[in-house]
Design a protein around this ligand. Structure first.
Ligand SMILES: [Zn+2]
Length: 533
């Protein structure tokens, strides 16, 4: 949008009549573009609610006292379980900067008629507890509009200008080898209203980013934030990489950096960062789909009352996490056109991929289970499977370093004997013996395909290793509470692990993504793998 409400409210017949033709044409074109954009938004959603009211920037909000869902309710809904009972979580005021001056003062609410129903949490118009901390700023940045929003003329530096809104931000500049350490930097941002020669007042506005992922709403990307991109990244790192609960992070920031942030603000920061990286998901999917060899695995993941699955897809250079139901749909959705080799366990949903590899570690564990049983025939079959795999593993390792060799031909007798044993035991009375025989017989081609190319992996360790960190995190986070929470978590986990896998520290990259997206620009692509990886 070219023209803010503030600009539009100044445009009237007198102003338009006074413009010369060039300026009038320029204004008409900007109005036309705004009208088209507004119409498109109306058509997409008749109630114009594609952006939830709580995602509106403070200076866009209706006068105090109007219906306005409390931010805190939305935020609380996505808190991790261990933070839910925090006494201050539901009622804590957001640590966001106070409203700009144009928002009517809280006193106005008192003169309005009483509302019949009271919503839980902070009442609209109630005097906010606000941020109790007032910081001494290291610097003040004046934001002035460069051009007139109506006539598009450049605004001279000496044009009459007055501050109409402002906020403080706290950020964390990066330490380096010369100046190591954590220190916070406070900036006062002042936004100016500047008068053009044409008589129009134009206001500088903080940047805003678009969130196109409906699963992440309500969340807004904005430069109007207490928590700057560097501090936001520290919060993400402490929560997801160092597996600290929000309460622990609040304690750390308070005790070590002298900064008091509520659990609600920490959660909002994490969700905003998730929204900042969400456009990168397509890049991750494209990379995974294009890979020649992909490891897939899944583990249970609680989301609210639902038991879902945390899926991982990891190639040589990319790791993608998704929380979804356990079914074929997620594979169809994420891996359309995947033409590489898929390493997985023997679960049904993977079976329709034509080029599959199976993890031998799973199978030898099952063979060991038979060896440890009390059934003689089961023990014998267990030993048979185990020794066959041991021989083949030795042959594969030898073939990796040695001259090319046709392993399926060389070990045909061994394979035929095992196949015959499986066929014989398909209806065996001992359940686990029968199960392993059926599994080997059923998935024979996928299991022994690795013999055709000994460079392929024998286990699904890469996927299991990628999941391990998050399995521990699951205990601390107790899963996620809602779809938005799961999306935020998996998007950030994918970006963090992919950066690390490519040999990069993820945090400076994440700082850049947050800053660009808050300013309304696109996120930079994920860093390319370091040479030699
Ligand atoms: Zn002007």
């Amino acid at each position: 949008m070219h023209l803010s409400d503030h600009s539009l409210s100044q445009l009237d017949e007198t102003y338009v009549q006074a413009l010369d033709e060039t300026r009038l044409r320029g204004l008409s074109l900007r109005l036309l573009e705004d009208l088209k954009e507004a119409r498109e938004r109306l058509r997409q959603n008749p109630t114009n609610s594609s952006r939830p009211p709580s995602s509106r920037a403070p200076w866009e909000r209706p006068p105090v006292g109007d219906e306005e869902p409390s931010d805190d309710v939305d935020v609380e809904a996505s808190l991790p379980a261990q933070d839910r009972d925090a006494p201050d979580a539901a009622s804590a005021p957001p640590d966001e900067p106070s409203h700009p001056p144009e928002t009517p003062a809280p006193e106005h609410a008192a003169s309005k008629p009483e509302k019949p129903k009271r919503k839980p949490g902070k009442q609209p118009g109630a005097p906010g507890f606000g941020r109790t901390q007032v910081f001494k700023a290291h610097e003040t940045i004046i934001h002035r509009p460069e051009t007139c929003a109506a006539c598009a003329e450049a605004l001279p530096a000496d044009a009459p200008s007055v501050c109409y809104a402002g906020f403080q931000s706290v950020d964390l500049p990066w330490g380096d080898a010369e100046q190591p350490g954590l220190h916070l930097r406070i900036t006062d941002h002042r936004f100016h209203d500047t008068l053009c020669g044409c008589g129009h007042h134009t206001r500088a506005r903080p940047g805003e980013g678009r969130v196109d992922d409906p699963a992440l709403e309500p969340v807004a990307l904005s430069e109007w934030r207490l928590v700057g991109p560097g501090l936001a990244t520290l919060i993400v790192a402490l929560h997801l990489r160092f597996r600290m609960s929000y309460r622990r992070i609040a304690e750390f920031l308070h005790d070590w950096l002298g900064l008091s942030l509520s659990v609600g603000t920490l959660d909002r920061t994490l969700r905003e960062t998730g929204a900042a990286v969400s456009p990168l998901e397509q890049e991750l999917i494209t990379s995974v789909v294009a890979s020649h060899l992909l490891h897939a695995d899944e583990t249970s993941w609680p989301q609210g009352a639902e038991l879902l699955w945390l899926w991982v897809f990891t190639s040589a250079t990319t790791t993608l996490f998704v929380v979804a139901k356990r079914g074929r749909e997620v594979l169809d959705r994420l891996l359309p056109g995947f033409a590489g080799w898929l390493m997985s366990d023997g679960w049904q949903a993977y079976r329709h991929f034509p080029q599959r590899l199976r993890c031998w570690a799973h199978l030898t564990r099952k063979a060991q289970g038979l060896i440890d049983s009390f059934d003689r025939e089961a023990q014998a079959f267990g030993h048979h499977v185990q020794t066959t795999f041991d021989t083949l593993i030795g042959a594969i390792h030898a073939a990796r370093d040695g001259p090319p060799v046709d392993l399926p031909i060389r070990h045909a007798v061994l394979l035929n004997e095992l196949h015959a044993a499986c066929v014989r035991l398909l209806g065996h009375r001992h359940a686990k013996t029968r199960a392993l025989a059926v599994e080997l017989w059923n998935d024979w081609d996928a299991i022994f395909r690795v013999l055709e190319n000994p460079q392929w992996p024998l286990t699904n360790n890469d996927a299991e290793r990628a999941l391990r960190h998050w399995v521990i995190a699951r205990r601390i986070m107790m899963g996620t509470r809602c779809e938005a929470g799961s999306r935020t978590f998996t998007l950030l986990a994918s970006v963090i692990d992919t950066c690390r896998q490519r040999g990069h520290v993820p945090w400076p990259y994440l700082v850049g993504v947050i800053a660009e997206r808050r300013a309304g620009r696109a996120a930079a692509p994920l860093p390319a793998p370091m040479p030699g990886l």
